[in-house]
Design a protein around this ligand. Structure first.
Ligand SMILES: Cc1ncc(COP(=O)(O)O)c(C=O)c1O
Length: 441
């Protein structure tokens, strides 16, 4: 009997005992292809020797020093590295231990920025339905997954939600993708006006929506209009690139492909590639300057922020990605994966859509391709696909609630950046078998 409060209490989890490259092995000796990098985390796969070496070297020097007493060389180097490759105007980095913490820090720093700018009346966040920003209360408040928010609603901060950028279901047949993006932008504009622009702190969005929709990029022009609207109303744009960032979509930051820069950006997962818990908040100069010239301190902190071992892991992960030119591989293999998924599922009776960018691909499962009718949520199809895939030695990341927070199922794929075509063929083959088995009964 276990004393761990597992994610699903009644579920019996295999014991993971070792990992190498793109494979995890359990205690029974069974191997699983890690085609989702866990939850889009393991961007270099498992046991990468260069990352392990860097971590060992760091731990032999210093495992921990509290950030209220010291800085460390490794944290400074990682911040320099992130700023050197950051979107325009980002000059500082706050280190945390994961994605939810990065979002919490973003929400609080955004609020503090306005308080210190003499606008303490600003209190609303605007975010999008069907988004996921983490499980802590602030992150949950801005998140748009109804089934996760519902029971905690009385505890959540003031957030209003607008429509997701979700072309498969949101775009009308008589609309171009550009016109759809424009309609969404106008909805945001109207929401800001309705709340009173000088009462809004920020708009929060995942650049490419991950776990809650399954790798859905925005329509062309959408984010440029969002940037323009935020600027016009003087509200901040907070991008959540916890899942889609750090190379996952083929550029270091997903927002590069939208040709915009955020005011604050949360990153995590691929930053440390799973070798140690680490996330970060990237901060625009105007926000830093306001706090630096005002109170002089961000009213926030965690015991483990800037943890030297986590910083060493992240620095090594980012170094390997650059040295081995892995973003080029993300683009090449991402295009290959997309093609293979379209070949296998393009005419599948229960697959309505294949989408994504780079090695961040999703497929949406539907009961009827013509009407886009989802499966009965009571069937928990996503859970079935996951267990059928695991039975076949394949890790993918299926999720439910795709359509409206309750109905709908999708499968997310996020293989490590080191993946090659033959393995992707096996992934697609096993996924096809898993979906066929899950939809058979
Ligand atoms: C887009 C996004 N934001 C935030 C989070 C929360 O990150 P964490 O689980 O590290 O707290 C996640 C996790 O899946 C995520 O996908």
């Amino acid at each position: 009997m276990t004393h761990v409060l597992h994610r699903r209490i009644a579920h019996s989890y295999p014991f993971a005992v070792s990992g190498h490259g793109i494979t995890i092995r359990d205690s029974a000796g069974k191997e699983y292809i890690d085609a989702s990098g866990g939850a889009a985390v393991s961007c270099l796969g498992h046991s990468h020797p260069d990352v392990l070496r860097a971590m060992r070297e760091q731990i032999d020097k210093l495992a921990y020093a509290h950030t209220s007493f010291f800085t460390t060389q490794v944290a400074e180097e990682l911040a320099d590295d992130l700023v050197a490759h950051a979107p325009d105007g980002i000059g500082h980095v706050l280190f945390v231990s994961g994605g939810s913490e990065a979002i919490e820090a973003a929400l609080k720093l955004a609020r503090q920025y306005f308080v210190e700018s003499g606008e303490p009346q600003r209190r609303y966040f605007i975010a999008r339905r069907q988004s996921y920003h983490g499980t802590t209360l602030g992150a949950l408040a801005v998140g748009g997954r109804e089934w996760q928010r519902r029971e905690f609603a009385p505890l959540l901060i003031e957030t209003r939600h607008v429509s997701p950028a979700y072309e498969y279901r949101g775009r009308r047949v008589d609309e171009t993708p550009q016109a759809y993006g424009e309609r969404l932008a106008r909805e945001l504009d109207a929401k800001i006006t309705e709340l009173g622009a000088d009462h809004v702190i920020a708009f929060v969005a995942e650049t490419v929506v991950g776990a809650s929709l399954g790798a859905v990029p925005a329509p062309p022009g959408y984010f440029q209009r969002v940037r323009e609207i935020c600027d016009r109303h003087r509200i901040l744009l907070i991008l959540d690139e916890v899942m889609c960032g750090m190379g996952r979509t083929g550029t270091l930051h997903a927002c590069e492909q939208e040709e915009i820069a955020p005011d604050l950006m949360a990153i995590a997962k691929g930053l440390g590639g799973g070798y140690a818990p680490i996330g970060a908040l990237l901060i625009q100069d105007k926000i830093f300057a306001t706090v630096a010239g005002g109170s002089g301190a961000f009213q926030h902190g965690h015991t483990y922020m800037g943890h030297p071992l986590a910083c060493a892991a992240a620095l090594a992960v980012q170094g390997v990605i650059r040295r081995d030119k892995l973003l080029a591989n993300v683009r090449t293999q991402g295009a290959y994966l997309s093609r293979r998924l379209n070949e296998r599922f393009g005419n599948h009776p229960y697959v309505g859509d294949v989408r994504g960018r780079g090695l961040f691909q999703g497929i949406e499962l539907v009961a009827d391709r013509g009407t886009k009718e989802p499966f009965d949520p009571g069937l928990k199809l996503h859970a079935r696909v996951k267990s059928e895939a695991m039975a076949r030695g394949l890790m993918v990341y299926p999720m439910g609630g795709t359509v409206d927070g309750v109905r709908g199922d999708h499968v997310l794929l996020a293989p490590p950046f080191i993946v090659e075509a033959p393995l992707l063929d096996t992934v697609v083959e096993r996924l096809g078998e898993a979906i066929d088995a899950a939809t058979a009964s």
